[in-house]
Ligand binder design. Structure first.
Ligand code: C2E
Ligand code: CA
Ligand code: CA
Ligand code: CA
Length: 279
């Protein structure tokens, strides 16, 4: 038994070692990728529910790496969080998305909001608010066009100091979206205590809301609750017409999902906007 235990230990050591090497490699790959412009952003349009006119879009990170098996964006984000590269990557994301926000708002005949996802790891950094503001200034964009999507996990650590940072962000005129609402803990507490403008109902609720009367009522109640405290509601992962009809019936403000559009490269966004603005 003792011998077996010893073997296990060795295996563990080796895999730890391999993991560290992998991480260092990945960090280098990411640093190179930032320099070589291998990251790109896709944009997924969001639509006003009643008339399906465009409301805004969410920027989503993609990595065109020739050498690395890309994996899902979520895995890239996780790896970037573990190596600490997430801060530089999100500065890049903000610079690009905010610049695009300025450009499209110059050509569109109505306001188009653009939101970016922000990692809790980034929010915890002391220079987080400065990074956001620098990106706004560099891009020369009206902060009212910009939104930051945060998740409930943001608040699990350092609630008070994160809350203060979000309040500063909000004072700068930037919108705050509570992402993946309903998938985490203490959701009501966050709705009540954070300076939020938008609630994004998690895809899990949208998936289930037509399967049971109970789940449907929960979704309808979330919309009503959010409206009662002055927030707008976005439903994520809307894939089917019946889901759209349900969300429209219960006055969900904005929809996002494959039913209307997948995330698309910026060229497609421009086509799409020309189309909707009739230019
Ligand atoms: P998220 O913020 O919840 O983004 C929505 C995800 O759902 C996107 O996946 C989008 O492509 C996908 N989606 C949208 N509509 C539908 C639909 O109708 N059906 C289905 N099945 N999926 C739909 P994506 O692009 O793979 O991104 C995954 C996650 O990666 C995002 O989830 C977000 O948490 C994270 N992420 C992406 N970019 C960034 C970033 O710049 N920073 C940070 N921190 N996280 C990011
Ligand atoms: Ca999001
Ligand atoms: Ca989400
Ligand atoms: Ca999600």
């Amino acid at each position: 038994a003792k011998e077996k235990g010893k073997n296990c230990y060795q295996v563990f050591d080796e895999s730890m070692h391999a993991e560290i090497i992998l991480k260092v490699n990945l960090e280098n790959e990411m640093r190179q990728a930032l320099k070589a412009d291998q990251f790109t952003l896709y944009y997924q349009p969001q639509y006003n529910t009643p008339d399906k006119s465009i409301y805004g879009m969410e920027a989503l990170l993609r990595w065109d790496s020739p050498s690395i098996d890309q994996g899902a964006p979520l895995d890239i984000i996780k790896a970037a969080e573990e190596t600490g590269m997430i801060v530089d990557i999100e500065k890049w994301v903000m610079k690009n998305a905010f610049t695009f926000a300025r450009e499209i708002n110059a050509i569109a005949d109505k306001d188009i909001k653009i939101s970016v996802n922000i990692s809790p790891v980034h929010i915890m950094q002391s220079d987080f608010v400065g990074n956001v503001w620098n990106s706004i200034i560099e891009a020369g964009v009206d902060p009212g066009f910009i939104g930051l999507e945060i998740t409930e996990t943001v608040m699990m650590e350092s609630f008070a100091s994160n809350k203060k940072k979000l309040e500063e962000i909000k004072k700068l005129g930037i919108n705050i979206y509570l992402d993946d609402f309903g998938s985490g803990y203490s959701s009501l507490n966050y709705l009540q205590n954070l300076p939020i403008d938008y609630v994004k109902i998690d895809k899990i609720f949208v998936d289930n809301m037509l399967n049971s009367d109970r789940d449907g009522r929960i979704t309808a109640t979330i919309v009503e609750l959010a409206h009662n405290i002055g927030l707008k509601v976005i439903a994520e992962g809307v894939e089917r017409e019946e889901q759209y009809n349900f969300l429209n019936l219960y006055k969900c403000d904005i929809i996002q999902g494959y039913y209307m559009s997948k995330p698309v490269p910026r060229g497609e966004v421009l086509k799409l906007l020309k189309f909707t603005t009739n230019n």
